[in-house]
Design a protein around this ligand. Structure first.
Ligand SMILES: [Ca+2]
Length: 151
């Protein structure tokens, strides 16, 4: 799969279908390029677009590496402040699309997947899934942090 471009957030997405734990999935995205990370999804349109890519990838891979019902890792993790999820790429958390009763914040859950229904679940980081990688050309993040530092 090539990169897919989403103009609204000036972001390129790529799905890696090889099942890996969260740490290896993070590295697999970084190996694509220095600014590529597991994806943040910053608004409902971007999240819906990413979900549509995921559905298409599964259709393309009928006998492939991920099961049709398997979720994909996205770049959200609870690793710095207990119980607080953050995006690996540094975007503030503007938007979430948790599944029903999620995030359950189980003792061994700290990494986040997007399911086939487009909804998110916090889950064991040692589970193995494909990865949704993203490279954003948007400068808004830097503007946001500049304004924050002035305030
Ligand atoms: Ca959960």
């Amino acid at each position: 799969m090539d990169y897919a471009y989403w103009p609204n957030t000036r972001s390129c997405f790529k799905i890696i279908l090889v099942p890996q734990d969260f740490s290896d999935a993070t590295k697999a995205c970084q190996n694509l390029g220095s600014k590529v990370t597991l994806a943040s999804l910053n608004d409902p349109y971007e999240a819906a677009y990413a979900n549509s890519l995921m559905l298409t990838a599964a259709v393309d891979l009928e006998d492939g590496l991920i099961d049709k019902e398997e979720p994909l890792w996205i770049g959200m993790v609870d690793d710095e402040v207990a119980g607080e999820y953050r995006w690996l790429d540094g975007w503030p958390v503007f938007y979430t699309k948790w599944d029903t009763s999620e995030p359950s914040k189980g003792a061994d859950e700290g990494c986040v997947v997007m399911g086939f229904n487009g909804r998110w679940n916090d889950i064991k980081c040692s589970n193995k899934y494909g990865s949704l990688c993203k490279y954003s050309l948007s400068e808004w993040k830097y503007l946001f942090f500049s304004l924050k530092s002035i305030a």
